[in-house]
Design a binder for this molecule. Structure first.
Ligand code: ZN
Length: 185
């Protein structure tokens, strides 16, 4: 289980710099209250690989609700750039050598429990436009180029596996164009 010690009032700070935040992950995935909890401080270290099952549980947890609410994870993220006009592309990569190498990592790189995987449907859906079904641009979401590429691959894999569905226009066919007159035989 995840402890709910994040407050929305401090979301303006980067997540890794919050002193108050202590995340906890159950080691065995058991939801009982007496399960042992592993407490980890928020650091810039990203060398530990978080399994996708942990990320899926995190998206349903109270800590996630308190951090992001019902908004997508990129909603409150703002890019840092010089001048008033942002650069055309976002930065290449946020994590170099297992360590966050920038002061303002992108919305997925800053939270180590957001794992991009084709099974993590709740996360992938936040990056798909609900009206057109297209993948949102990195200029809107602020993802770094490396993470955006991984996201596009994961979304296309999810479509191929059938985890994500998409609507196609319904077509009416006039079968007499193909079969001639329908005689009812
Ligand atoms: Zn990034």
């Amino acid at each position: 289980m995840f402890s709910a010690t994040v407050f929305r009032s401090i979301i303006t700070k980067p997540i890794w710099s919050r002193g108050l935040f202590v995340s906890s992950v159950s080691t065995n995935g058991n939801k009982s209250s007496d399960s042992p909890l592993e407490y980890r401080e928020i650091t810039k270290d990203r060398s530990q690989i978080i399994p996708v099952e942990t990320s899926i549980r995190y998206l349903k947890s109270a800590a996630y609700q308190q951090t992001y609410g019902v908004d997508p994870v990129w909603k409150l993220y703002r890019r840092n750039h010089k001048g008033s006009i942002p650069p055309r592309k976002t930065r290449k990569i946020c994590i170099r050598g297992g360590v966050i190498s920038t002061g303002n990592p992108c919305p997925i790189c800053r939270d180590e429990y957001l794992v991009i995987n084709e099974h993590n449907i709740g996360l992938l859906k936040q990056f798909i436009c609900p009206h057109t079904g297209e993948i949102l641009s990195y200029t809107k979401t602020g993802l770094c180029q490396h993470t955006h590429y991984k996201l596009v691959v994961a979304i296309k894999r999810a479509y191929n596996f059938g985890f994500l569905t998409f609507n196609v226009p319904f077509r009416e066919y006039d079968y007499s164009d193909y079969c001639g007159e329908v005689t009812g035989k």
